[in-house]
Design a protein around this ligand. Structure first.
Ligand code: GLN
Length: 284
């Protein structure tokens, strides 16, 4: 059997994956500790001495576990974040949220009266992917990152220590949304849980290792988006900005909520697949 046949056979069983062949390539590369390009070059060769770990990992993928949770890490915005069962693995779609924060922050920072470092709050930080990426890209900004889950905060702090020259650039706070947050911010950003509850429970029973608490956004998935938009103004400086990731189907409701809550300059950002993924606005 060639390497190509081995991978095709594994890929055929990854029925829940959008990229089954690539998944098989990544798992073989991980089990052999080589770059995936090396596997592509090996496709016509005979598959001998395939490590047992490849078959074990293929089995986990078949049962619905993500590549990120199997390997224990995921690339996000050019950096490698450790991922475990206590945190949502960062999705590529969320990189657009980082872009939106950098763009909004650079605009604030270029205002003639910007005399102090910009302050950013990242709610529901999980792995810390959003907060840490922003801190790494804009070291002068003050970033606060919060999560209700102490285990998630532990994972995020570990990522900050690995990825930031100055890990204290991100202040981590245990908080249920705004309950433990003090002070005001120029930008409030969040990728909150936004999957409707029944769907989130189904994903967990399909084998997803992301914790339910990181996915479950209440009956229609909008609990956290609603709560953040309703409370954000208390924690924003004048002209402060809120940027939220959500499901494309939730964007029109979120835009209406932003307007009702007194936000202006409401904008929408699309993800890599061209779906509306991030909505935000300026307050006051
Ligand atoms: N984007 C995630 C998904 O793939 C959901 C993340 C979230 O709820 N914040 O379902």
């Amino acid at each position: 059997m060639t390497v190509r046949e081995l991978l095709l056979e594994a890929a055929r069983t990854f029925s829940g994956s959008d990229t089954p062949f690539l998944d098989a390539v990544i798992l073989l590369a991980h089990s052999l500790d080589v770059p995936k390009e090396k596997i592509l070059a090996m496709l016509p060769e005979e598959a001998c001495d395939v490590p047992a770990s490849f078959f074990e990992m293929a089995d986990r993928r078949r049962r619905g576990e993500s590549i990120a949770h199997i390997r224990g890490f995921r690339e996000f915005y050019g950096r490698t974040f450790l991922v475990n069962d206590d945190v949502l693995s960062p999705r590529q779609d969320t990189e657009i949220l980082v872009e939106a924060v950098l763009e909004a922050g650079d605009m604030c920072a270029s205002m003639p009266n910007a005399s102090r470092p910009l302050k950013v709050l990242d709610l529901c930080t999980g792995t810390g992917a959003v907060a840490i990426s922003i801190a790494a890209e804009r070291p002068a900004w003050h970033i606060t990152a919060s999560d209700i889950s102490l285990k998630a905060l532990e994972a995020a702090q570990q990522n900050a220590h690995r990825l930031l020259a100055l890990p204290s650039a991100v202040e981590f706070v245990a908080s249920d949304l705004f309950s433990g947050i003090l002070g005001q911010f120029d930008i409030i950003v969040s990728n909150p849980p936004y999957v409707p509850r029944a769907q989130a429970e189904q994903l967990i029973s399909d084998g997803w290792k992301d914790p339910l608490v990181a996915l479950d956004g209440g009956i229609d998935g909008m609990d956290f988006v609603r709560a953040i938009i309703a409370q954000a103004s208390e924690f924003l400086y004048k002209n402060g900005v809120v940027l939220l990731e959500m499901d494309p189907s939730q964007v029109s409701e979120a835009v209406a909520l932003f307007k009702q809550a007194g936000f202006c300059e409401i904008r929408i950002w699309k993800d890599l697949a061209g779906r509306e993924r991030v909505a935000g606005g300026r307050y006051g």
